[in-house]
Write a protein that binds this ligand. Structure first.
Ligand code: MOS
Length: 744
């Protein structure tokens, strides 16, 4: 055991190294564009240089004259692609802006795709595509002329008379916060390779949702899903951006069909900014009222989120901010602001990252108004019930605070802002809560055990860097009573039994539950218990080989379909009806969070030290400590890695990241990894992850809450709160860059 492989505590699995680690470090792991196909043609996208208007004329003559060009696909010859239903809940299309013209609805919309014998020829020809536009003045986002508002019509949390309670409150806070647009920028670019074998299509594409992509592609092409296979054994980062099908996929598939030849597309980094999804900017207003002794009596949270013209995508994190503490009364609302932008979409912890940033900043502001320690203020409002009376299934928030505070040395904090200093460096301590809903969905798995003690697990789950191959091998080994080295896990192929989108941090809970069920069915047969309802404990006596001999077989294989207990008709909403049908149709089936009988959430607490140079205002984060409780932890090594990456991203969202927009053209200007600010090694110094033991078998059979998205929630607020503590300057607009700390 070492720092990278923490000693497992209660309800935590062994930190075995990633089973796919060697493949990855040796380059043997195949990503979307790595698959060798016979005689591929290469595609290059052409994207619009205006944000609003229409294509008046396209001149392709010069482009077509480039040697090696095979065809140029535009709106004029792609009419047989179907308009795919846009699914804001995952699955389906990432946007309803799927036409390649003549109407232009955002900057960087795909308007053509050149296919040539070589990548270079396709790229050269793409530069020679001449387009005349009828240009209109676009609305870039908040505050732009022509942007339109629409109230988001989901049910939003509400309890009591929040306005009256606020008016009557002894201590009041009203504060506005804002978060910028951000782009995921996974290392693996957005790539698609399409190969037809007669009427059967194989798509190699990095995807968080094998069966979603399969069904969406089939619908886009107007063919049967049986004719489509999607393959993605590894994904080079996704963070939500590869959960839904982008408009490029249908185009590449169509091109391959027309040319009767495999077509390979790798969209460039700048094209990724506009052809995939992103986290849209938000504005938020919080009204918080408290009694003198620190009880919150009223919490009102309003949000505004930018989206595209046609799509009402919203993350609406008030759903979660409204549950985190025992407020007396709650009122929430979210408004979409439609602008001439590409449709946003899931980006790690989509609802909670912006909305908990605002809440946890407000908590710090209110604690100060009350003259309370920020941790104690949260303790006073810690509650197993939300304002609507719904109960938490389990909640370890204050244990996380206490453990993280101890490790961090919070007791050394002097409360007064600006009172801690080391030479030219102002020191600030800040903290904030992390919270993430526990999701689970329907899935299927096939497990085979042979008499030599080898097992194979098949499930169309996803390796987005999280360690899924590893933890499913661990679960199967545990249930089958064999060594983890003897388990082979196959994922990332739609020919395998379906799993839901690897989103909403559900994958571990869903897939371990499903693999458990399949393994238990195998063991029931092995132990002669098939059809009996009682679970088999240690199993019947005898070695594995003897048991197989007794049955007279050498192989047992079981196919299990798992439906989360909440996913029944008439529990919660229509989203959760008919889960098995939806599973095979690539439609989301996730349940949990605030939509179950109990509130199902994982929690955490993050503590940050910032140092700000008194003269230059340079901001540093020398230390961050996070403690997290998320039910059963399958593997402390991969879990730590998840938390670590998330906290680094949290620091990034606090201090570095923003997609800059030229408001005149509604265009992203820093659409590359040189100008889009992210932390480098020197920005991340000491980082400590503490895993708090927690048991909650109400959430699901394995007791897994999911951790993929928990760790970058709250970090931005912890940093902002530390910046305030260091300087006395409250920055309510992310990111916090040094210019915001000048001139005061
Ligand atoms: Mo995650 S943003 O739910 O893929």
């Amino acid at each position: 055991m070492n720092r990278a492989a923490p000693e497992p505590k209660d309800n935590m699995g062994q930190p075995i190294p990633r089973v796919d680690g060697r493949l990855k470090v040796t380059g043997e792991a195949r990503f979307g564009s790595d698959f060798a196909v016979r005689n591929p043609a290469f595609a290059y996208l052409v994207t619009s240089s205006i944000a609003k208007g229409s294509i008046k004329n396209m001149n392709l003559a010069e482009a077509k004259a480039v040697k090696g060009v095979l065809e140029i696909f535009t709106h004029e010859n792609t009419g047989d692609l179907k308009q795919l239903k846009y699914g804001a809940n995952g699955g389906g299309a990432s946007t309803s802006i799927q036409d390649f013209g003549p109407k232009i609805q955002h900057d960087g919309q795909i308007v053509a795709m050149v296919v040539a014998d070589t990548f270079e020829a396709a790229r050269e020809a793409s530069y020679k595509v001449k387009i005349d536009y009828d240009k209109e003045v676009p609305s870039h986002g908040f505050g732009a002329a022509g942007a339109t508002e629409a109230i988001v019509k989901k049910p939003m949390p509400k309890a009591g008379d929040a306005e009256k309670a606020f008016n009557d409150a002894a201590v009041k806070l009203v504060a506005d916060y804002s978060t910028p647009p951000q782009h995921h920028n996974p290392m693996e670019l957005f790539a698609t390779t399409a190969v037809w074998d007669n009427d059967e299509l194989t798509l190699y594409e990095g995807s968080q949702f094998m069966h979603g992509l399969k069904n969406a592609a089939a619908n886009k092409l107007g063919i049967s899903p049986d004719k489509v296979r999607t393959i993605s054994p590894f994904i080079g980062g996704a963070f939500g951006s590869k959960g839904q099908m982008s408009p490029r996929t249908g185009l590449v598939a169509l091109a391959a069909k027309r040319l009767n030849r495999p077509v390979k597309l790798v969209a460039t980094r700048d094209q990724a900014f506009t052809t995939a999804t992103y986290r849209a900017e938000t504005k938020q207003k919080i009204h918080m009222g408290a009694s003198k002794d620190g009880k919150i009596v009223s919490f009102q949270h309003e949000g505004w989120e930018v989206t595209s013209r046609p799509d009402s995508y919203s993350v609406a994190g008030v759903e979660d901010s409204a549950r985190l503490y025992g407020y007396g009364a709650v009122k929430t609302s979210v408004t979409n602001v439609h602008a001439d932008r590409n449709t946003p979409g899931f980006m790690r912890s989509p609802p909670v990252v912006p909305y908990i940033y605002a809440l946890e900043s407000a908590m710090d502001e209110m604690a100060e108004k009350l003259g309370m320690d920020p941790v104690e203020f949260r303790r006073v409002n810690d509650s197993m019930k939300d304002a609507t009376g719904k109960e938490w299934s389990s909640r370890s928030l204050m244990t996380c605070y206490d453990e993280a505070a101890k490790a961090f040395g919070w007791s050394k904090r002097s409360a007064k802002p600006g009172s801690m200093r080391d030479g030219d460096w102002l020191i600030g301590y800040g903290c904030a809560s992390a919270v993430y809903p526990t999701h689970i969905g329907a899935a299927a798995a096939r497990v085979r055990l042979t008499s030599d003690g080898q097992a194979r697990v098949q499930i169309a789950a996803h390796e987005i860097g999280t360690g899924t191959y590893t933890i499913l091998a661990q679960m199967a080994a545990e249930r089958l009573g064999i060594d983890v080295a003897n388990v082979k896990v196959e994922m990332g192929d739609s020919n395998l039994p379906p799993a839901p989108v690897a989103g909403g941090s559900n994958q571990t809970a869903t897939c371990t539950s499903t693999v458990m069920k399949a393994c238990d069915a195998v063991m029931d047969r092995l132990n002669g218990q098939a059809g009996k309802t009682e679970t088999v404990g240690a199993g019947a006596a005898g070695s594995l080989a003897e048991k197989f001999n007794r049955l007279g077989v050498s192989t047992i294989e079981e196919y299990a379909e798992f439906v989360p207990p909440d996913a029944k008709p008439n529990v919660v909403t229509e989203l959760f009806t008919d889960p098995i049908k939806k599973l095979y149709a690539g439609t989301p089936t996730l349940v949990g969070g605030s939509h179950s009988e109990k509130l199902l959430y994982a929690t955490g607490a993050e503590f940050v030290e910032v140092r700000i140079n008194a003269l230059t205002r340079e901001i540093r984060v020398p230390r961050i400590v996070g403690a997290f409780a998320a039910g059963r932890i399958m593997n402390t090594r991969t879990a730590r890695s998840q938390y670590m990456g998330a906290m680094i991203w949290g620091i990034s969202s606090a201090l570095h990241e923003a997609t800059e927009i030229d408001p005149r053209n509604a265009r992203y200007t820093n659409d590359n990894l040189a100008d889009y600010m992210i932390p480098v090694n020197a920005d991340i110094q000491q980082l400590e992850v503490i895993m708090i033991p927690e048991r909650d078998n109400n959430v699901n059979a394995p007791g897994v809450k999911g951790i993929g998205e928990l760790g970058n929630v709250g970090t931005a607020a912890a940093v902002a709160n530390a910046v305030y503590h260091a300087t006395g300057i409250r920055v309510r607009e992310l990111p916090i860059r040094l210019e915001k700390l000048l001139n005061v």
